[in-house]
Design a binder for this molecule. Sequence first.
Ligand code: F6P
Length: 196
Amino acid sequence: PRTIYLSRHGESKWNVTGQLGGDPPLTERGKSYAFKLAEFINEEFLLQGKELPIVWSSQLRRTRQTVEMIPTVNVCWRALNEIDAGKCEGMTYDEIKKEMPEVAAARKKDKLRYRYPQGESYVDVIQRIEPVILELERQREPVLIVAHNAIIRAIYSYYMGVSQEECPNLDIPLHHVFKIFPRAYKCDCELINLQV
Ligand code: F6P
């Protein structure tokens, strides 16, 4: 691909309450990120006489709403859905610590390999996104991917040469875009704050 743009979705209702996973909609603030993102893509492409990038999101509401204002076709990948927290979906980190302390402890010990009961681990996620990476490698056009915390961590790590051990702890802030320039060895990256 030429350039890859990576972003989490705008703020969702569950980002505010601190609940994991689910399929919540965006908050008003999240919607203003969707607007700013569309404006940013417009400035990067249309205003420079370039065609819009290919847009990929997950199948969840919060990523689809985030790309809604970009006037191009959006492909929704199930493989881009957030890490499945299984029995802990809908819980906050504090609730997990209180109600399922063994989960909190095991995950703290080995976040990369720990698999949520009836859910996934980061190793599972890294495997699950492989087809997306393969397809991404085949693209000759710029691509914008709007997905989730764990998913952006995994894609960012693949391109930036971050080890699997470090991947689950990367800081991927909301309302920022990572602009990745693929190179033969290690890619370059710029972090853009859209100030929402
Ligand atoms: O809190 C937002 C979120 O995307 C959750 O849905 C997900 O479980 C979590 O981040 C992943 O981050 P971590 O692996 O650090 O808990």
